[in-house]
Design a protein around this ligand. Structure first.
Ligand SMILES: Cc1ncc(COP(=O)(O)O)c(C=O)c1O
Length: 412
């Protein structure tokens, strides 16, 4: 028998002792669906993928041409600056003025981020800590909840699908919780539910923020994609908003530049400074050629943004009208990249995860189960408008055939 000292080091079991904060994260709910999607693809089976809001359209050629030109310049290959180059910050300030009449000082009220998700999560890290509580939207885009949890904060989820009730619940929570919430996160147009608001929502939110002394982060990722003449209001366009909060915007959606990783955090200068402090330690800024191309995009490509929004509007009509012709009861969203669809009877009892598995397995259509966005999402599916109208019609037909073979002819 060997004594302990003789056990070779390579035989000693060793478990990586990850930080407790990682243990606060839930099991990954999309695992089964992603595995099946992968198996189908490997087997050469066509999957119509409406699972993720990952734009498939190319950016305007003027943007890619500028990128190629900037790539050829050796000085753009050095580290850039963590906050974004001055001309880029000026350009986002100019865009806010043009679109929303908001005056921002590009020196200290705007910062560029490696996509809005990076800005959002690091802002939570800059603001939240043990004992702090944030109110987050439910159903929830996962990063809204988990950025707070990764920053060791506590989360209270409030349903946003009735925005007035959400505001009443924010006030109620602030009256009854001690210590009071430190931060309220909002996201309109909302992912996943597609809920939209008008400017008066923010007027009340700013009033509550000042009364109860909480900060606000507005995730305005779908600012550029609105339909039927609706214009999504900016939180920052509300009087007093710059006293209490910031807003995150992105070039991922409206400019179809998701892989480029470029977004912005604008608003309250102390909050912007807090994010800049974190970023100063964590990164050296976005690749400079991307920043230069982004300036050109914002300066010259607004028409392309409008035509991308029109394209999503057409896809929305095809998908919603097609599903409704087949007995679904889906409301057309006024903005965003998603259709939030109530699972029709008798399938609702199945639960959104199993129902999504059925659609993937039997119809070859991948969607996101509502349960992936928390308990409030159960009973719903989120379908991303990332395929062209022809593929969406094909998806509607395949879903109809899978659920009610006899009625498939009505799919159109
Ligand atoms: C609500 C919301 N916020 C933020 C993001 C992240 O966008 P970005 O590509 O700018 O990081 C997304 C992306 O899907 C989103 O849906």
């Amino acid at each position: 028998m060997r004594n302990e000292a003789e056990v070779p080091m390579s035989d000693t079991p060793f478990t990586i002792p990850v930080a407790d904060r990682l243990k606060r994260l839930p099991p990954y709910l999309f695992g089964r669906i992603n595995k099946l999607k992968y198996q189908k693809r490997v087997a050469g089976i066509d999957v119509i993928d409406l699972g993720m809001g990952n734009p498939t359209d190319a950016p305007d050629p003027m943007i890619t041409e500028k990128m190629i030109e900037a790539l050829a310049d050796p000085k753009n290959h050095r580290y850039s600056v963590a906050n974004g180059i001055a001309n880029l910050r000026k350009e986002i300030a100019a865009r806010y003025m043009r679109r929303y009449g908001v005056h921002l000082n590009p020196d200290d009220e705007a910062i560029a981020c490696l996509g809005s998700k990076e800005g959002f999560s690091h802002m939570c890290l800059a603001l939240m800590g043990p004992g702090d509580t944030a109110i987050v939207p439910a159903p929830t885009f996962p990063i809204h909840t988990y950025s707070v949890m990764l920053a060791s904060g506590n989360v209270i989820q409030l349903d946003v699908r009735e925005p007035e009730k959400f505001l009443e619940n924010v006030a109620y929570t602030c009256e009854h919780l001690f210590p009071k919430p430190k931060l309220v996160i909002v996201n309109f147009p909302h992912n996943p539910s597609g809920t939209c608001i008008e400017q008066d929502f923010y007027v009340e939110l700013v009033r509550l923020a000042k009364k109860y002394k909480f900060m606000v982060i507005s995730d305005f990722a779908y600012a550029d994609i609105a339909f039927d003449g609706y214009k999504s209001p900016s939180f920052l366009a509300t009087p007093g908003a710059l006293d209490v909060g910031v807003e995150l915007t992105t070039m991922s959606k409206g400019f179809s530049m998701a892989g480029w990783r470029i977004g912005f955090c604008c608003g309250n200068r102390e909050m912007v400074r807090a994010l800049a402090t974190i970023k100063g330690y964590y990164d050296y800024g976005i690749f400079q050629a991307i920043q230069i191309a982004a300036i050109v995009a914002m300066r010259h490509c607004e028409e392309a943004v409008d035509s991308i929004a029109k394209e999503y509007e057409g896809r929305r009509d095809v998908l919603v009208e097609g599903l409704n012709r087949n007995g679904w009861d889906v409301i057309k969203p006024r903005a965003g990249m998603f259709v939030w669809a109530k699972i029709p009877e008798p399938w609702a009892q199945m639960g959104s995860i199993d129902f999504s598995m059925k659609l993937l397995d039997e119809a070859g259509v991948a969607v996101s189960p509502g349960r992936g966005f928390g308990d409030e999402g159960e009973g719903f599916l989120r379908l991303a408008l990332v395929e062209n109208p022809q593929r969406l019609r094909q998806a509607v037909r395949a879903i109809a055939r899978c659920l009610r073979p006899e009625a498939a002819a009505a799919a159109g």
